[in-house]
Design a protein. Structure first.
Length: 106
């Protein structure tokens, strides 16, 4: 009787390993996905990734960190572009609004 039970377990394991034992059920994610677009400082400070068995849910945490990194990169590019435009305006034409600067004595 013990050999029959062992053979059944081994046969079930072989079928499962070959993908013939059916599919696993799909469960909804534990956390709502982050919206695409601008990420604000309060959103980052209030971020609490969902917990898993051994800490935070790695997939959700990684996606949140990628979104934060993309937002910071976009802001860094925008700041650099604006600083460059300001420096060019001050060097080439005087004041940032394009008008020539006036001396204090005029």
């Amino acid at each position: 009787m013990l050999l029959v039970a062992a053979a059944g377990i081994v046969a079930g394991a072989v079928l499962a390993a070959r993908g013939r034992a059916g599919q696993m059920a799909m469960f909804p994610p534990d956390a709502a996905p982050w919206r695409a677009g601008e990420v604000t400082a309060p959103e980052v400070s209030l971020l609490r990734p969902p917990l898993s068995l051994w800490g935070y849910n790695a997939a959700v945490t990684d996606e949140a960190l990628r979104m934060i990194a993309r937002a910071m990169t976009a802001r860094d590019v925008e700041i650099a572009t604006l600083r460059r435009a300001l420096a060019e305006a001050q060097d080439g034409r005087g004041a940032p609004d394009g008008r020539p600067e006036r001396d204090a004595g005029e």
